[in-house]
Design a protein around this ligand. Structure first.
Ligand code: ADP
Ligand code: MG
Length: 288
């Protein structure tokens, strides 16, 4: 039978917008020593703004943006939403004959026999497309039409208001390490990790690489120590499911994340991670 105190703990969590799917997860939070984060949509708002458009000779910036917006029509990624917003005009979905979202890379679509690729440098390399690499510190979306590079768009995201406080509160709770696993460029990951005073950052990871990195940490930690992963469900559901405790930021409303997670933070505030751990510690005191 489950001690009554756990229900009290789950209730206390729920009144603070933290949904705990079982008393075992609340109990497990007590032993968390490593907190691993996704970046986009988790520590950052996931609302990107276009800061630069580079077009190759003979192509206009508008054409680069328009092709990128067409490529992103069917993607739910925060990058896609931002590019569609920057473009601003309606796009007829009927003209798109096929599309493929390549996880951790970007989009491949075919529109009236024209193939458009929009994504990171990994996507360009995978498709064997020669391209000019951006030197900006930002998330870069490279665009190619019929396998020819036409330009890139630099976009930048903002930290969530309480992200810095969230990391600091975790340090105060004696976490051994805070780690970032991101699919974004290393320069971007490093910049965010530095601003937040996080301990480690691993970048340019595909979803399966995020799982591998987590397993690596799992092997080096002590057996009684647990790993908490916090993500938004976009490109990180495998690692959310693999962690000792998987926590989703429910603010952006990714159903996949809410499904895969053990704990859901309904308010989109990373500082609630520490709140959840504090409730777990109080609950243990009452129960034992
Ligand atoms: P994060 O780990 O920061 O949350 P993701 O794993 O969701 O990032 O995405 C990793 C990278 O893959 C992005 O930074 C971007 O370069 C690329 N990418 C993913 N989806 C798209 C898309 N729809 N359009 C363009 N690029 C994308
Ligand atoms: Mg993400």
């Amino acid at each position: 039978s489950i001690p009554l105190g756990f229900f009290g703990g789950i209730g206390a969590a729920s009144s603070r917008g933290i949904l705990v799917k079982g008393s075992n997860y609340l109990e497990a939070l007590n032993d968390v020593k490593y907190v691993v984060f996704d970046k986009t949509g988790t520590l950052t708002k996931g609302v990107f703004e276009v800061t630069k458009i580079h077009a190759v000779e003979g192509v206009t910036q508008d054409e680069v943006l328009q092709n990128a917006a067409f490529a992103e029509v069917h993607s739910n990624h925060p990058i896609a939403e931002s590019i569609r917003k920057a473009y601003g005009k309606d796009i007829s979905e009927n003209s798109i004959s096929s599309y493929n979202e390549i996880s951790g890379h970007g989009m491949e679509v075919v529109i009236e026999e024209k193939e458009i690729l929009a994504g990171n440098r990994k996507l360009m390399s995978k498709m064997n497309i020669p391209f000019l690499e951006s030197e900006e510190v930002g998330t870069v979306v490279y665009v190619a039409v019929n396998k020819i590079f036409i330009g890139y768009i630099v976009i930048s995201d903002q930290l969530k208001d309480d992200a810095k406080k969230a990391i600091q509160l975790l340090k105060e709770l004696n976490m051994k390490k805070t780690v970032m696993l991101t699919g974004d460029a290393l320069a971007v990951g490093k910049k965010v990790a530095k601003e937040l005073a996080m301990d480690e950052v691993y970048a340019e990871l595909l979803p399966q690489h995020k799982v591998e990195q987590m397993e690596q940490l799992d092997r080096t930690k002590q057996t009684n120590e647990k790993i908490l992963f916090v993500g938004d469900g976009i490109n990180d559901t495998p690692v959310l499911a693999r962690a000792d405790v998987g926590m989703a930021m429910g603010g952006l409303g990714s159903d996949a994340a809410i499904e895969a997670a053990d704990i859901v933070i309904m308010t989109d505030e990373p500082s609630k991670i520490a709140t959840a751990i504090k409730i777990a510690k109080k609950t243990r005191k009452i129960v034992w």
